[in-house]
Design a protein around this ligand. Structure first.
Ligand SMILES: Nc1ncnc2c1ncn2[C@@H]1O[C@H](COP(=O)(O)OP(=O)(O)OP(=O)(O)O)[C@@H](O)[C@H]1O
Ligand SMILES: [Mg+2]
Length: 340
């Protein structure tokens, strides 16, 4: 991609706040990354790190929250300044979203055929009969058995995997340029998960769409993403091309996440030995580096200084003081051999 072409999606210095009974909290604090045309970018991080809030902020779908600072540029246009009508034209049409649990986004009162047809007719001038035919085609494409008959099924009559296939069909109905998939397979068992991920990859190639894939699974990242963005406590702590980041992480948190990835050989006890401690609550963010309280490599400066996101060679960056100290390479290497 020539450097003069702007990325499809460019998130800049995004801050998201929520008002709660105990005051205002900031769930996302200065997040920035890009997704290029036809690129797959994975967002990873532990529960509560701000992945879903960021995805919802892109589509201006924050419930009870607000973007307090930053921009979300879609093809160069800032979505944070658009009115509802302009946003509706983009949602579902240019950017489509697939959620973790299809039951929260499918309407239990309507047949799946009706829901696909409605989605199509919202954005396209197409009569009902043609929309129904297109719905059959879409269900066939997402691998639904007996698609014509399935049009009349209601969501509760389908298995979890089938419901997720319907969600994908609805998302693809208008050939979006970006598909945001927020943990699309965590509600499914492992075999179905692999099938759905494979389906998403195939359809993404066929539809030439970009994908922003939210996951907490490094295995999924390795198999799916061109680039990976690692979140910790509402910030990006590392990002770069997937193969490089997985082979040679430049942030102790990424290294720890990778060390916690189960392989077929790891026994159960090891699988449970994830990163010690937990993501700090929004109301009690540590001073300095947000990860220092759990970091095997932290030293006294880490509690005082907020590390900037250091730009590194190869289109990478990492938010760690080690990269300002000139000792990152040696220290991170020794940490990963210790399985930090
Ligand atoms: N409506 C809300 N009101 C207040 N706080 C919220 C709201 N929605 C999210 N948060 C907080 O924002 C933080 C980030 O939440 P988010 O859902 O983005 O996490 P996540 O990375 O998607 O986690 P998971 O992997 O569990 O899906 C959490 O601390 C969460 O409690
Ligand atoms: Mg989430």
């Amino acid at each position: 991609m020539p450097t003069t072409v702007p990325p499809l999606l460019q998130i800049e210095d995004l801050h998201v706040e929520f008002d709660t009974p105990d005051g205002t909290v900031e769930a996302v604090s200065g997040v920035g990354f890009t997704v290029g045309a036809q690129e797959t970018v994975a967002v990873v991080g532990e529960s509560g790190s701000g992945k879903t809030v960021t995805a919802l902020a892109v589509l201006q779908l924050l419930d009870g929250g607000r973007i307090s600072r930053g921009r979300v540029l879609w093809d160069g246009t800032d979505l944070t300044g658009l009115d509802r009508r302009a946003l509706r034209r983009i949602r579902g049409n240019e950017i489509a979203m697939i959620f973790q649990d299809p039951m929260t986004s499918l309407d239990p009162l309507y047949s799946v055929g009706h829901q696909i047809v409605e989605g199509l007719r919202l954005h396209r001038r197409i009569d009902k009969r043609a929309a129904r035919e297109r719905a059959v085609e879409l269900l066939e494409q997402v691998g639904m058995p007996d698609p014509r008959r399935r049009l009349d099924s209601y969501p509760h009559q389908l298995s979890g995997g089938q419901r997720q296939r319907v969600m994908i069909a609805i998302a693809l109905a208008c050939s979006p340029r970006l598909l945001i998939a927020d943990e699309p397979t965590t509600a499914l068992d492992v075999t179905i998960e692999a099938q759905i991920l494979e389906l998403l990859r195939e359809l993404q190639v066929e539809y030439r769409s970009a994908m922003l894939l939210v996951t907490h699974d490094m295995g999924v990242v390795a198999e799916t993403a061109d680039r990976v963005v690692v979140f910790y406590a509402g910030q990006v702590v590392e990002q770069g091309p997937t193969a490089d980041v997985l082979r040679d992480p430049q942030h102790p948190y990424t290294a720890a996440l990778l060390a916690a990835v189960p392989t077929p050989e790891t026994d159960r006890a090891e699988r449970l030995a994830a990163i010690p401690g937990s993501v700090p609550p929004l109301r009690a963010m540590p001073s300095g580096c947000r990860f220092h309280t759990r970091c095997a490599l932290a030293w006294d400066a880490c509690a005082r200084e907020e590390p900037p996101l250091h730009a590194l060679p190869g289109g990478r960056s990492a938010r760690c003081l080690l990269h300002g100290s000139g000792t990152a390479r040696k220290t991170l290497d020794s940490a990963s051999t210790r399985g930090a």
